[in-house]
Write a protein that binds this ligand. Sequence first.
Ligand SMILES: Cc1ncc(COP(=O)(O)O)c(C=O)c1O
Length: 367
Amino acid sequence: MKVPYVDIAAQFADNRAVREAIEEVLRSGQFVLGPAVERFEADFAALCGVKHALGVANGTDAIFLALKALGVGEGDEVITVPNTFLATVGAIATSGAAPRLVDVADDYNLNPELLVSAITSRTKAILPVHLTGNPARMDEINAIAKARGLFVIEDAAQAVDAAIGERKSGSLGDIGAFSLHPLKNLNTCGDGGVITTDSDDLFFKLSLWRNHGLKDRNEAKFFAFNSRLDSIKAAVAALQIPGISEVTEKRNRFARIYDEGLSGLAPKVIIPPGREGVRRAFHTYVVQVEDREGLIGYLAEKNIGTKIHYPIPVHLMEAGRSLGYRRGDFPVAESQAERILSLPVHQHLQEEQIRYVIDAIYRHYGR
Ligand SMILES: Cc1ncc(COP(=O)(O)O)c(C=O)c1O
């Protein structure tokens, strides 16, 4: 048996609806923004339960433009975590603001108990990441932000269709930033991103920041960027919206099978923690393991793909040196980085493949 870590081609192979959607855009002659993007934006806003969604070029730009629309820049600080895809921290740094990092808790997300001591008079925004598809502790984070007049941007790149109670990711802060990269649970045939907000004012500002600051065809309010979403990519992503809850359910069912199958291996294998009232939307299924290299090698021999998200915390990367942190500053994130392993959890797998992975992990530790 083979268990590939991902199978991106599977979702586009022999997919007539995708071909038809692309042909419709080709016939329309409208390749950038336009009706296909507007339809996608309306459907994505409805999915997240927010008033506005705005298609952009990628998830990194979604964060960057959110910061710009909130007026964040030189002299400001934005708080986030060290264990994320580096784009979260990179978007803050390229906005001109200084990234301030806070350690995570055992759910891999920003630890709200450490948040207050990281806030300074320069802090403008908090940027929690819903890592793995598990929403950060937004009630606590929002309460701290509100009491101090700070903005909250969700990095929801990995968390489309996740929720806290009835509130979906993308509706849990002032602005939500999503990626439509092919590896994401809701994706497109290339780079893409979406920004969500309930605020008319922020939506207007974001629209300008996405498109050269243009308020109409001929007049710009300020100099900005081109981060428009291509119509073909919007049309392809829109096709996935009606089926996203089925994708989430399938991934979550696989995660439950892993949970049940692997919980007996603690403390050699530690399953991902959940929270009451929170709907995770498993983007990655991350366990912490002993003897990670040995396990990766053994699973590879059994044709099982694995990945590490992420092996190097951002402050320990070469790019992160400018942030002024050292090894030891974020002990939880650093220790997790040495033990985490992502197991295959994508929707193109079958239950027997998940059971095969569990069985292989038992065999490895039983050897
Ligand atoms: C947590 C997180 N933030 C930001 C991004 C950036 O998204 P993109 O690759 O679309 O720029 C990603 C995805 O790669 C991500 O996983």
